[in-house]
Design a protein around this ligand. Structure first.
Ligand code: NAD
Length: 362
């Protein structure tokens, strides 16, 4: 039976990534409806993807019993609230990251998921990248065998660059006003208003990085923020962490780079493993995986190639959403898991505020 999917919000991520992926997976699902508050944009995108059911607001989907599941990409502080509404309406939900902008907001959304008996998956596509999967498996193998000694350090470097890879898919823009958002967004209660902007810049980007680091090390809630040193803009710098018992650094910053400047390296006593992320919208190219073997008698380096290397993380992410609906499998990027990312990002930022002498409330 083909899964009937409604999509909420047909802006950039919808048109560039998720709507094409849903359509490309037509052997398993179909795009049954689109909800978009901006009428001209809605009409044009629905025409472009040949969708006949057109809703002016996500709440109208709740009344449509023919819809099995909903995918959402909206305002970063509000899309989790839309997700909660859709769970309450009895739909399985995929929502873009971040789930919310504070741990308290995420907890309330997760409570709606638990009450609904439906499943909420969050868009952390790096967890569906074939290269990242191979890195994680190899890391587990190295740890289990003990052949390379103990893991000693993890380094994640994220200086961004060009993420759209010059995709040539048509993109429909609109001058229409987006829906109003509340003036008081659900920021962490301790965060002074003067730092709302820089906090958002930091969490929007680096939620991906902490999410990946915890997953690679199977760390779940085993993490600690040791020290943070960010610049005056509150976005570039270093966070020193302990994740899954291993010291780790998260390097944030920016670079005018023609591609995507992000890599993750895990050091052992006898070697290292490293992955380089592709520009995010580059289709069918997964992260690269390299290794260095420093053991006496084995010295060498090389690349590891995943069997399914010609895959796109976002497409695999949508496949995982369908698996979740069809087979009840728990997604790699569940809502309850991402609560740890939000808590860690809050802890990093709290440490940053303290270091620069900004008073934070309890
Ligand atoms: N995973 C990634 O790599 C990645 C990359 C970029 C952005 N994102 C996330 O994707 C999200 C969306 O980003 P975007 O650039 O596509 O945004 P966008 O502003 O281009 O599109 C959002 C659309 O949602 C519509 N909308 C909002 N509320 C609605 C409602 N209640 N009912 C119907 N329509 C509604 C808006 O009118 C708008 O057209 C952001 O939260 C961002 O964090 C993720």
């Amino acid at each position: 039976m083909s899964i009937s999917i409604a999509y909420v919000g047909c802006g950039y991520m919808a048109q560039r990534v998720h709507l094409p992926n849903i359509c490309d997976l037509s052997d398993r699902c179909h795009l049954a409806a689109i909800a978009e508050t901006r009428p001209h944009l809605r009409e044009q995108v629905c025409n472009s993807f040949t969708v006949s059911k057109r809703y002016a607001h996500h709440s109208e989907i709740a009344e449509d019993d023919s819809i099995d599941a909903v995918a959402i990409s909206g305002h970063f502080a509000m899309q989790g609230e839309i997700a909660a509404d859709m769970l309450r309406a009895g739909k399985h939900v995929f929502v873009e990251k971040p789930l919310g902008i504070s741990a308290a907001q995420c907890e309330a959304i997760i409570a709606a998921e638990q009450a609904s008996r439906k499943t909420l998956m969050v868009g952390y596509m790096k967890r569906y990248d074939a290269g990242n999967h191979l890195l994680r498996k190899t890391l587990r193998d190295w740890r289990a065998s003990g052949d390379y000694g103990l893991p000693t350090f993890m380094r994640n470097h994220g200086f961004c660059g060009t993420w759209d890879a010059a995709v040539d898919r048509p993109f429909i823009t609109s001058e229409e006003a987006p829906p109003e958002i509340p003036t008081a967004l659900p920021f962490p209660s301790w965060l002074p208003e003067s730092h709302h902007g820089s906090y958002l810049d930091y969490i929007q980007q680096y939620t991906h990085n902490v999410n990946l680091m915890r997953w690679l090390l199977d760390a779940d809630d085993d993490w600690e923020v040791l020290h943070t040193h960010l610049d005056d803009h509150g976005c570039g710098g270093v966070a020193l962490l302990r994740i899954g018992g291993i010291r780790a650094s998260l390097e944030s910053g920016s670079l005018a780079y023609h591609a995507w400047d992000e890599h993750t390296q895990i050091y052992f006593e006898g070697g290292w493993l490293k992955t380089d992320a592709p520009p995010l919208l580059l289709r069918n190219v997964s992260a690269t995986v390299e290794y260095y073997d420093g053991r006496e008698g084995h010295r060498g380096s090389g690349s590891l190639i995943p069997d399914n290397s010609w895959t796109w993380s976002y497409r695999e992410e949508m496949r995982a959403f369908l698996d979740m609906i069809e087979h009840g499998t728990k997604p790699e990027s569940s809502a309850s898991d991402t609560l740890q990312d939000m808590r860690m990002l809050e802890a990093i930022y709290r440490d940053h505020c303290r270091r620069i002498g900004v008073e934070v409330t309890a």
